[in-house]
Design a protein around this ligand. Structure first.
Ligand SMILES: [Ca+2]
Length: 271
């Protein structure tokens, strides 16, 4: 890319959210463009190691409230919410950059790590970088109008582990930007039992098409414990994992399919 490149041209590959189901991003990987200098975002280039852009359209007026929960609960997730038009940000509306101060311990700054989001109980619109006792990870949930498009930049300062975004007020998403993506062939879902498990974990994967996926067993701290490639056929696919050698605790299974489709489930090992 040279200096003459219009940054907008590099922005047209966000992940489109087409429903109000919780959205999971299993692991940051793609290098995505930074926010342009046009906007006084509170997120600066040195403030993160990984990032992803999401895009959505509100189908009706709603309070735009969500939580973003990092899978690694000590991660520092920041975000910037922009109004946008056809994939081009036009107005920065909310920004959260709270994060730990490096000369202090993580334990004393838990109010600046972990879950973040938009909340109706907040009145501030921006949380600057840094951490003091007056700061938290939440800013005001804006009222949105029907048909408004948004782009949401989500960054992770501490790791490439992913997150789950959950809508916490009633909201309908989706319109023409989703028609091409809202395809049954993109279905990928995973469930496991028993939970908690002790010896063997039995799982079922629902896939909208035949595909080769990567399956990861991940510890609560984000460590990948096992990785395997699994050939799925369209429909229900059973699998089994021997988990007796792992200590008691919480674990995740991540699936990463072709086309960037992912699925995740959380379970517990009990002794
Ligand atoms: Ca706040």
């Amino acid at each position: 890319m040279n200096a003459q490149t219009n940054f907008h041209e590099t922005w047209v590959d966000p992940v489109d959210l087409c429903s109000n189901e919780p959205f999971t991003w299993s692991q940051f990987g793609d290098v995505q463009p930074l926010p342009p200098n046009d906007f006084e975002s509170c997120i600066k280039p040195f403030e993160h190691v990984s990032k992803v852009w999401l895009r959505f359209v509100t189908a009706s007026a709603a309070d735009l409230a969500f939580t973003i929960e990092p899978f690694n609960l000590h991660d520092d997730i920041d975000f910037a919410l922009y109004e946008s038009e056809e994939g081009v940000p036009t107005n920065l509306v909310r920004c959260v950059a709270t994060g730990i101060l490096m000369d202090r311990t993580v334990d004393g700054q838990s109010n600046c790590l972990g879950m973040t989001g938009l909340s109706g109980s907040e009145s501030d619109q921006f949380e600057p970088p840094g951490c003091d006792m007056a700061q938290n990870n939440f800013v005001n949930a804006p009222r949105t109008s029907r048909g408004q498009e948004y782009m949401l930049l989500i960054t992770n300062y501490r790791s490439t582990m992913g997150f789950q975004l959950s809508w916490t007020e009633a909201i309908d998403l989706g319109n023409s930007i989703c028609d091409a993506d809202n395809n049954e062939a993109d279905q990928l879902e995973i469930s496991v039992n028993p939970n908690p498990a002790t010896q063997n974990l039995f799982g079922q994967i629902q896939s909208g098409k035949a595909q080769l996926v990567n399956l990861y067993l991940v510890g609560a701290n984000g460590t990948i414990l096992e990785a395997q490639k699994t050939d799925l056929h369209a429909g229900a696919n059973d699998f089994q994992l021997q988990i007796s050698s792992y200590p008691q605790g919480h674990y995740y299974i991540f699936l990463s399919g072709i086309d960037g489709i992912t699925a995740v489930t959380k379970f517990e090992i009990a002794k």
